[in-house]
Design a protein around this ligand. Structure first.
Ligand SMILES: [Ca+2]
Length: 153
């Protein structure tokens, strides 16, 4: 485990108990360690995106920053600027993913996508729900690239 954050001190991972006994499932569960690791990443990203960017961002960091910026751009068009309304989602799809939407012959496809992505059924897409869309599209593109790469061999 890395150094404790200045913002959120992190308890040291538990030491192993006597053989044959599992440590008390509180602080040291894998789930809690994973959650704490995730919090560390979030804190690091908070510093990266909010403070002076001391070093040039990597390609991956720029991609993450772009996804956040695009989400905020469309989510901020009306109402709750932390979530995409259906109108904002349609604007996003027809602007940013026009190549995808233009090829759709089924006019209900975006409605169904919105319903499927809206995991908590609040009629809006939060950033996590938005990322599920981006992740799904990225996987589909990757698989398509892989298929065409395999066909060229
Ligand atoms: Ca939602």
């Amino acid at each position: 485990m890395g150094r404790p954050s200045a913002l959120r001190p992190v308890a040291e991972p538990p030491t192993d108990g006597p053989p044959g006994r599992r440590p008390v499932a509180r602080e040291g569960t894998n789930h809690n360690l994973a959650v704490r690791a995730l919090e560390q990443v979030r804190v690091s990203f908070f510093f990266f995106f909010s403070k002076g960017k001391m070093s040039r961002p990597t390609e991956t960091e720029r991609c993450i920053e772009s996804l956040i910026a695009v989400f905020q751009k469309y989510a901020g068009k009306e109402g709750d600027n932390c979530r995409l309304s259906k109108t904002e989602f349609l604007t996003f799809m027809n602007t940013e993913l026009a190549a995808f939407t233009k090829n759709q012959k089924d006019p209900g496809v975006l409605d169904r996508m919105m319903k499927k992505l809206d995991l908590n059924s609040d009629g809006q897409l939060d950033f996590q729900e938005f990322l599920n869309l981006i992740g799904g599209l990225a996987v589909a593109c990757h698989e398509s690239f892989m298929r065409s790469a395999c066909c060229q061999k």
